[in-house]
Design a protein around this ligand. Structure first.
Ligand code: PLP
Length: 413
């Protein structure tokens, strides 16, 4: 593969491939307005008195193979409620991945728990069962399996490890709406599934979250954990708080929007899968790129499209490659979150509080090493995707990657 004078990449002075904007859709419309009007007409926006949040919980749980759903104010709140239901208390260890959003990790710390970071699979970017197994101690209380970018974790093996040791498995599905494993929705394998409806997720209501479970005891504790430990079950008005809990309530307005969004989820996921699947086919023969691949037995819902470069084979680093593709008008960036979470100053300096002790001080995070996670971040390139992208967008994106790979290949020879 070589570049010709007429095929100069944009970084070398050529005309960028993408000359039209990527197709966009209005995210919220008449369906959301109809639900919002009904919420307003109720005369209350409080979840316990209105119908929308409860309706959302019922519909979401049914769609995700769960008996119960508890809506809350964010994905982070959902993880916090899950961690509380799992009983995580000061000094307990929780196994987590080093590449995720802080919303996965912070709730563990708020409970006085100790995040234990374990390494990832080089192709799927999720925690490996072997790494989880090796990190288990008699203080391990929970595992939070994050389905990164929308690709399912190796749930069969992880569930087996958790169940055999009586450890609670929490699935962080914030990036994995619509992802399945063994034909069932992710979130239904562990005892608890957590979702985010923040503005950037597959479906959104500005901010919001939801927890699913089929365990009634967990469901009750999750509800109390999101509402100051006040029991507002029908006929009960109990303020006898028995444990510390936040106000993580979802309002009827968020619930109304999320109901309308939930109806769009299947189409959103199906279109992302089709577009990204076709892109992978098109780019499959390009040298030096490792493209995303759904795990065996699972599907990928492509919250974003993350690939890795092989610099010696490609002839470019992740930074050089992402910059060259971006110059073609294609929305790419290198390194995703930049560094593994255990390298954040919070962990290196134990600076959770201004003063005083926290159980995570027992870990010297400066000594934590997850070599595969570090290699992934060093070599990954993220392409932002949207369900509205068109066939023309696909063709332009393909051409841009082909042109840029050709350019760097040409420089190698
Ligand atoms: C994997 C993961 N977990 C948790 C969260 C937290 O969700 P929220 O932003 O709704 O608090 C996010 C958000 O980006 C996420 O990507």
């Amino acid at each position: 593969m070589s570049t010709t004078a007429t095929d100069q990449p944009a970084i070398a002075g050529g005309k960028p491939i993408k000359s039209t904007p990527y197709r966009k859709e209005k995210r919220y419309g008449d369906e959301e307005l109809k639900e919002l009007k009904e919420a307003i007409d109720q005369g209350t926006l409080f979840y316990a008195a209105g119908k929308k949040v409860h309706e959302l919980e019922k519909q979401f749980a049914a769609k995700h193979d769960a008996k119960f759903g508890v809506a809350c104010s964010s994905g982070t709140a959902a993880i916090h409620a899950a961690v509380m239901a799992a009983g995580v208390s000061p000094g307990d260890e929780v196994i987590v991945p080093p590449i995720t959003d802080m919303g996965t990790i912070l709730p563990v710390m708020w409970q006085g728990g100790v995040p234990v970071f374990v390494d990832l699979d080089p192709q799927h970017y999720n925690m490996t069962p072997a790494a989880i197994e090796a990190a288990i101690t008699n203080r391990t209380r929970a595992i939070i399996a994050v389905h990164l970018a929308g690709n399912a974790c190796d749930l069969k093996a992880i569930k087996q490890i958790a169940d055999s040791r009586n450890i609670t498995l929490i699935e962080d599905c914030a990036q994995a709406h619509g992802t399945t494993y063994d034909g069932k929705p992710v979130g239904s394998f562990g005892q608890i599934g957590c979702y985010s409806f923040n503005e950037f997720k597959h479906i959104a209501c500005g901010d919001g979250g939801l927890v699913t479970t089929s365990d009634e005891k967990f469901a009750k504790k999750i509800r109390l954990s999101t509402d100051k430990c006040y029991d507002r079950s029908p006929g009960v008005a109990d303020r006898n708080a028995t444990f510390q809990a936040n106000n993580y309530r979802m309002t009827e307005l968020q619930g109304a929007v999320a109901i309308a969004q939930l109806k769009k989820l299947d189409s959103i996921v199906q279109r992302r899968q089709s577009w990204c699947g076709r892109l992978t086919k098109r780019l499959g023969d390009l040298p030096g790129l490792q493209l995303p691949k759904p795990i065996d037995g699972g599907t990928h819902s492509y919250w974003f499209y993350m690939m890795r470069v092989d610099p010696p084979k490609l002839g470019a680093t992740a930074d050089q490659f992402a910059a060259a593709v971006k110059a073609e008008g294609v929305p790419t960036s290198a390194h995703y979150i930049g560094k593994p979470i255990y390298k954040y100053p919070l962990f290196l300096n134990h600076s959770a509080f201004d003063h005083g002790d926290h159980p995570f001080h027992s870990v010297d995070y400066g000594k934590v090493k997850c070599p595969t996670a570090e290699a992934i971040l060093g070599t990954c390139v993220v392409l932002a995707v949207n369900e509205a992208y068109s066939d023309e967008d696909l063709d332009d994106t393909g051409k841009a990657f082909e042109r840029v790979v050709g350019h760097f290949q040409g420089k190698r020879s």
